[in-house]
Design a protein around this ligand. Structure first.
Ligand SMILES: [Fe+2]
Length: 393
């Protein structure tokens, strides 16, 4: 590794609990952090699936009162955050539990920021704008995953400006992150596939990021290997506890990598598809991933060759270039095997949206402004981004 004249931080929850039955630890951990009446932030889907009740039953059994806010919507809004803050204050809560995939954690992180620091959620847009610590906070993951249960990122939609505010603040990192595969068993195959490919994208983008370090590399490498091993079986059979647990570790490791090495143009471009057509994040990433990495290939040829090996491809006797190409093949094969649509038009049709070539220029302009692109290993011109969107149609 070459010496670089920069200092790299490493952000991670103080405590992480991973494994079958880890959820039982929630009341004890809230108590250990000094909480006695948590606000449980979640969404109607989680409540409908019976998971919220599992958690409130655990709290009740431990003699701990709680209040549930389950109005969080996908792409949570400033209104969600402020409603949650009002309930937190009115009910006299003193701690937070967030329960879900990405949205509940983002919403709960926002609630914690405002409760602790005052003001509005909009005040915290940008990097490290808070000055006071969050309330005691346990984040419980139900997908595998966004890794939002362990990151310092909080994305909240500003409803008046109609933009997603990126809040990057080390204080929103949960005190305790919890991944219990038993909470993930009910995830349907399509969601398992989409969230798993999101995790693969996190690992790959962090691995080829311009600010990768040995610490993020080790996490990314293991994440890629685990996803290649466990994602297919987890999609094939949601009750496969070994695969579910493997994906818990994989997505967490991918989170360790991207929470500290950031991402790249897959996310920069996928965000625009999310904003423009409201298409799901994981599948947008999955479709864009091989196309963006084909463009990136010349920047980090040796790293792509390593990704091929980690994904189980036989690279023996191959040139670095040929081995690197195999990484793209491995990613495409995995996507295909788990039912990810071949292109963006097909993806749009699945969700009743028409993805149109004439929107590419606008999405390209916005993708070029997305902060995720800053650490992409190759700097694309507008025409390159447009060509990638086109190839992914
Ligand atoms: Fe992501």
């Amino acid at each position: 590794m070459a010496v670089r004249e920069e200092v790299y931080g490493y952000f991670i929850p103080s405590v992480t609990l991973i494994g079958i039955g880890a959820a039982k630890e929630i009341p004890g951990k809230i108590k250990a952090l000094g909480g006695s009446k948590p606000l449980v932030v979640t969404d109607k889907g989680i409540t409908g699936a019976g998971i919220t009740k599992q958690i409130t039953d655990l709290l009740e059994a431990a003699g701990m009162p709680c209040v549930v806010y389950d109005e969080t919507i996908p792409n949570p809004t400033d209104k969600n955050v402020h409603d949650g803050v009002d309930i937190y204050k009115a009910e006299g809560c003193d701690s937070l539990i967030t329960l879900g995939g990405g949205s509940s954690h983002d919403c709960g992180k926002g609630i914690g920021l405002v409760v602790a620091n005052g003001g509005k959620i909009h005040d915290f847009e940008g990097v490290d704008q808070s000055t006071k610590p969050m309330p005691p906070y346990v984040a419980v993951n139900t997908t595998a995953g966004t890794a939002s249960e362990m990151t310092r990122f909080c994305i909240i939609t500003d409803t008046s400006r109609k933009v997603k505010m990126a809040i990057v603040d080390w204080r929103v990192t949960p005190g305790v992150a919890l991944d219990d595969p038993l909470l993930m068993m009910g995830m349907p195959p399509a969601l398992t596939a989409a969230t798993g490919m999101d995790a693969l994208t996190h690992a790959v983008e962090a691995y080829v990021s311009t600010i990768a370090t040995p610490m993020t590399d080790s996490a990314a490498e293991k994440a890629i290997e685990l996803i290649a091993t466990h994602l297919r079986p987890a999609v094939a059979n949601g009750q496969d506890i070994v695969a579910r647990e493997g994906m818990c570790y994989a997505q967490y490791l991918a989170g360790m990598a991207f929470n500290n090495a950031s991402l790249g143009h897959v996310h920069a471009m996928a965000h625009q598809l999310g904003g423009f057509y409201d298409l799901p994040h994981g599948e947008c990433n999955a479709i864009l991933l091989p196309h963006v990495e084909r463009f990136n290939l010349i920047a980090k040829m040796d790293r792509f060759a390593k990704i091929a090996q980690l994904m189980g491809e036989n690279t023996e006797g191959l040139s670095t270039r040929d081995a690197a190409e195999l990484a793209l093949t491995a990613i495409q094969n995995l996507s295909k095997d788990i039912g990810i649509p071949a292109g963006l038009i097909e993806l749009g049709k699945r969700y009743g949206k028409e993805v149109k070539a004439e929107d590419i220029d606008t999405m390209t302009a916005n993708a070029q402004k997305d902060a995720c692109g800053l650490t992409n290993p190759r700097t694309p011109k507008d025409m390159d981004v447009a060509a990638i969107y086109k190839a992914a149609l």
